[in-house]
Design a protein around this ligand. Structure first.
Ligand code: MEV
Length: 302
C-alpha cells in the first residue's frame, strides 16, 4: 500500500484574475489530504462522500486521476481511500490536494516515476476538465509547497506569520463562481477587465513585500484585493463579517480566499492576535482554523 499526502492552499493575492493569465501569489498551508492506494480486483474509491467505483459525480477528481493514469500504466483494479483534513468546497484547495496526492500515490504504486512538474501538469489538466476552467495555481502549489507566484511559477520566501482561516461552512462551487465572473466580464468588459488586471498588478507589487516579510504592506494590499473580489461579485455578507472581525482584532490583512461565494476567508496575524481573531470568527458562528505556511508539497508518507 502507498500513502501520499498534499497540502491545501490560501491565496494571498490573485484568485479569479489568475484564470485570465494575471499574476497571483498562493501559499501552501499545513493542512493535508492523505490518499492511500493499493492494488485490488476492481476499482474502489472511498471517502467521506461514500464508496464508489469510477464516479464522475461523487468522486470526479479521483475518477479522472485513475482514467488519466491509464496513459502511463495499465490499471485494472485499485482501491483508493481519501482522508482529508481540508473541508471540501471551501476554497482551501481540497480538490487540487486530492488530485495531486492521488496522482503521486498511483505513480508510486504502478512504478510510473512521475516527477513533480509532471504531477502538477497532469493535476492542472484534470482540474480544467472537472471545473470547466482552472488556472494552474492550486495544483502547482499543492504539488510544490511553499509560496509561489503564478503563472511565473516562481517560488517566494516562506511566510512566518500565523494564518487564520475562517470557514463559513457554506459550499462554494469554483466552477460556478468562475463562470459568474466570466459572465460579468462579458457583460461589462471595460469595467471588469481593468479590475482583474489591477489584481494581477497588486500581486506583482506584493512580491517584493512578501520576500521582505513586510506584513503591514502585504496587509494593505490584501485588504484592497478583498475589496476588488467583492467588486467582481464573489463576496458575501458572511465573508465580509468575518473579514472585518479579523481586521478589528489585529489582523495584518484579511480577505476572501479561493473562489468565494461561501467558503473561506483568510487573515494574516502574529500569534497573540491569531487567537483573538480565531475567537472572533467563532463568535460569528464560523469555524476557525489556525495554521502556517508549509514548504512541503505532495509527499509520500512512511
Ligand atoms: C480557486 O481556488 C481559485 C480560482 O482562481 C480558480 C482557479 O484559479 O482555477 C477562483
Amino acid at each position: 500500500m502507498i500513502t501520499c499526502s498534499a497540502p491545501g492552499k490560501i491565496y494571498l493575492f490573485g484568485e479569479h484574475a489568475v484564470v485570465y493569465g494575471h499574476s497571483a501569489i498562493c501559499c501552501a498551508i499545513d493542512i493535508r489530504t492523505r490518499v492511500q492506494a493499493e492494488i485490488c480486483d476492481s476499482i474502489i474509491i472511498e471517502s467521506v462522500l461514500g464508496r464508489t467505483g469510477i464516479d464522475h459525480d461523487i468522486h470526479p477528481y479521483v475518477s479522472r486521476v485513475i482514467e488519466k493514469m491509464q496513459d502511463y500504466t495499465r490499471i485494472r483494479g485499485v482501491k483508493i481511500k481519501v482522508d482529508s483534513r481540508l473541508p471540501v468546497g471551501s476554497g482551501l484547495g481540497s480538490s487540487a490536494a486530492v488530485t495531486v496526492a492521488a496522482i503521486q500515490a498511483l505513480s508510486h504504486l504502478f512504478g510510473c516515476n512521475l516527477q513533480l512538474e509532471e504531477i502538477a501538469t497532469i493535476g492542472h489538466e484534470i482540474e480544467k476538465e472537472v471545473q470547466g476552467n482552472a488556472s494552474p495555481t492550486d495544483t502547482y502549489v499543492s504539488t510544490m509547497g511553499g509560496i509561489a507566484m503564478i503563472p511565473q511559477r516562481r517560488k517566494l520566501q516562506a511566510l512566518d506569520c500565523t494564518i487564520v482561516v475562517g470557514n463559513t461552512g457554506r459550499f462554494s462551487s469554483t466552477r460556478e463562481l468562475v463562470a459568474s465572473v466570466a459572465r460579468l466580464k462579458r457583460e461589462f468588459p471595460n469595467v471588469i477587465d481593468p479590475i482583474l488586471a489591477d489584481i494581477g498588478t497588486m500581486s506583482q507589487i506584493a512580491e517584493e513585500y512578501v520576500s521582505k516579510k513586510d506584513y503591514a504592506t502585504i496587509g494593505k494590499l490584501m485588504n484592497v484585493n478583498h475589496g476588488l473580489l467583492d467588486a467582481i461579485g464573489v463576496g458575501s455578507a458572511e465573508l465580509s463579517a468575518l473579514v472585518y472581525a479579523a481586521r478589528n482584532n489585529g489582523a495584518f490583512a484579511a480577505k476572501i480566499t479561493g473562489a468565494g461565494g461561501g467558503g473561506c476567508m483568510v487573515a494574516l496575524a502574529d500569534e497573540p492576535n491569531a487567537q483573538l481573531i480565531a475567537k472572533a470568527i467563532r463568535d460569528l458562528g464560523a469555524e476557525s482554523i489556525i495554521t502556517k505556511n508549509t514548504h512541503e508539497g505532495v509527499r509520500r508518507e512512511p
